[in-house]
Design a protein around this ligand. Structure first.
Ligand code: HEM
Length: 495
């Protein structure tokens, strides 16, 4: 059955013609080898093909054409220089999420997208006069995490517990900005939302198959239906609808009491304010658009930061000398007895080594190692190759972050590489965890602030080490939709 399906869907790829100047790539047996390898380990498959075919190569599976882009030059061309032409999202990706191209992540790059992106970008900065600042929201979420860590009776931290509590913290930051509220860790509605994230990103080995299964319309529709992204997203969508309706009721009650004054505290308030303005150019400000926009915030903004923090703690346990240096730097800025949740972004300047450590974690274990798929919005060329309109374009961030052309000994965990001679952070072209150009990460300010505040707080208050008697943890990633740590155990000591 598997062989039949493979042949049925690969056949058009095997007989691929090269009448136009398409990028080279595996065909026939080498295509089958590539796919088998990709099922086992997508990174190895992508790296081998990179070595064989160069920075730009194509993979054609049945009716689906993909171009894989590697290295700084080609990635910059796709993301920035010719960014608008490559700013589409492929149909298949849109179908998989089941939101009909609404929201932001899967929306095509049109005028409506630009307006919506600008609105959300403003909300994510939380700079409104009457608004709670971004730092305050993160500090509040972090204080719940600290309460849980302080109350833990046992010093052993299991990766599933660590993930659950870090995820609860980062989800609370997103909920604060999106819904205007944070939740108690035991709130059942909230835990229901969090479990949807597991459904989307849960990296059991089948998810790896899903990586490729999603390129097979037949398989994604039937055999792998249970792996569809839609299940998790629908849960978040249903919850978002409830909160949107509550906001409507509150806004209506406020309108009977006050004048035209608006009190924008979150994304829903900002969106509904635009809805009330009306007008034909705001016709895309629909309730469905708002629902999927909130889903995007939740899906893109929770797992990414949680996994990066997870990696950061694991790397600290593996590299005690680096952990020690981070803690010494933190102790200079915050006396040991100080209330640690006072960490805020202003301290970034005074904590360059801590910043460098976070950046090095983002480089060596980049959670979004193959980004989000792009799509050519019209026929175009890339380094002289023809790229037909509608072609899916995959940006291989691993090929930049782990390339010895750009980094000395890229496999080595070395925060120093992010610092210049004066000890300050240096900007490196080959460091692009949040992508670049018109589709770059919309939440990067939030992510940077969260990683800094939560990591600094956790390192200032506790130390992390590997248990001596347990089976050794590993720094090898689980490779699924994202790069996540394999199960681990850490000893946590209150400092
Ligand atoms: C460590 C944390 C994070 C990393 C490494 C990360 C990385 C990325 C990357 C690589 C992309 C794809 C860029 C592209 O399509 O070329 C992306 C897109 C996106 N991210 Fe993030 N992200 C992080 C956190 C967040 C957070 C906290 C939020 C929201 C609160 C967020 C919201 C988004 C959205 C909405 C998009 C889609 C933008 C678009 O389609 O135009 N991300 N992110």
């Amino acid at each position: 059955m598997a062989v039949f399906l493979l042949c049925k869907y690969l056949y058009p790829g095997i007989k691929q013609t090269t009448s136009v100047n398409l990028p080279p790539g595996p065909t026939g047996c080498s295509l089958i080898m590539f796919l088998l390898q990709a099922f086992r380990n997508p990174i190895v498959a992508l790296e081998n093909a990179h070595k064989t075919f160069g920075d730009i190569y194509s993979v054609k599976i049945g009716p689906i054409s993909m171009v894989i882009v590697n290295g700084i030059e080609a990635m910059t061309e796709v993301l920035v220089t010719n960014g608008k032409v490559f700013a589409g999202r492929p149909d298949l990706f849109v179908k998989l999420t089941g939101n009909d191209g609404q929201g932001l992540l899967t929306r095509q790059h049109d005028a409506a997208f630009i307006t919506q992106r600008a609105l959300v970008s403003k909300c994510l900065r939380c700079t409104g006069k009457e608004q709670l600042s971004l730092d305050a929201r993160i500090q509040h979420a972090t204080s719940q995490l600290i309460e849980w860590m302080d109350g833990k009776s046992c010093q052993l931290l299991d990766s599933s517990d660590a993930s659950r509590y870090l995820q609860t913290t980062t989800a609370n930051v997103v909920c604060s900005i999106a819904y205007g509220r944070q939740y108690c860790y035991t709130d059942s509605n909230f835990q229901h939302l969090i479990s949807s994230m597991d459904e989307i990103f849960n990296s059991n080995p089948f998810r790896m198959i899903f990586q490729l299964a999603r390129f097979f319309p037949y398989l994604t529709g039937t055999v792998f239906k249970e792996l569809d992204l839609r299940t998790g997203i629908e849960k978040v969508a249903a919850y978002s609808e409830t909160v949107i309706n509550e906001h409507k009721i509150t806004a209506a009650a406020a309108a009977t009491r006050t004048t035209n004054k608006t009190n924008v505290q979150d994304i829903i308030d900002a969106f509904q304010t635009e809805q009330r303005k009306g007008g034909s150019d705001l016709s895309h400000f629909t309730d469905t658009q708002l629902v999927y926009l909130l889903c995007d915030m939740f899906v893109s903004g929770t797992e990414t930061t949680t996994t990066s923090l997870n990696w950061a703690l694991l790397y600290m346990a593996y590299y005690p000398e680096i952990q020690d240096r981070v803690q010494r730097e933190l102790d200079k800025v915050f006396p040991k007895e100080c209330v640690v949740t006072v960490v805020c972004r202003e301290h970034m300047q005074s904590l360059p080594y801590t910043m460098a450590t976070i950046m090095e974690v983002l480089r060596i274990r980049h959670v979004a190692y193959i980004g989000v798929p792009h799509c050519a919005t019209k026929d175009t060329t890339l380094n002289g190759f023809h790229i037909p309109s509608g072609t899916m374009v995959i940006t291989n961030f691993w090929s930049v972050h782990m390339n010895d052309k750009y980094w000395d000994n890229p496999l080595k965990f070395n925060p120093e590489r992010m610092l210049g001679e004066n000890g300050r952070i240096v900007t490196k072209k080959a460091f692009m965890p949040f992508g670049a150009g018109p589709r770059s990460c919309l939440g990067r300010h939030v992510a940077k602030a969260e990683l800094f505040i939560i990591f600094s707080t956790l390192l200032h208050r506790y130390s992390y080490s590997l248990p001596i008697n347990s089976p050794p943890s590993t720094l090898d990633p689980r490779i699924g939709i994202s790069l996540t740590p394999k199960p681990y155990k850490l000893i946590v000591h209150r400092r």
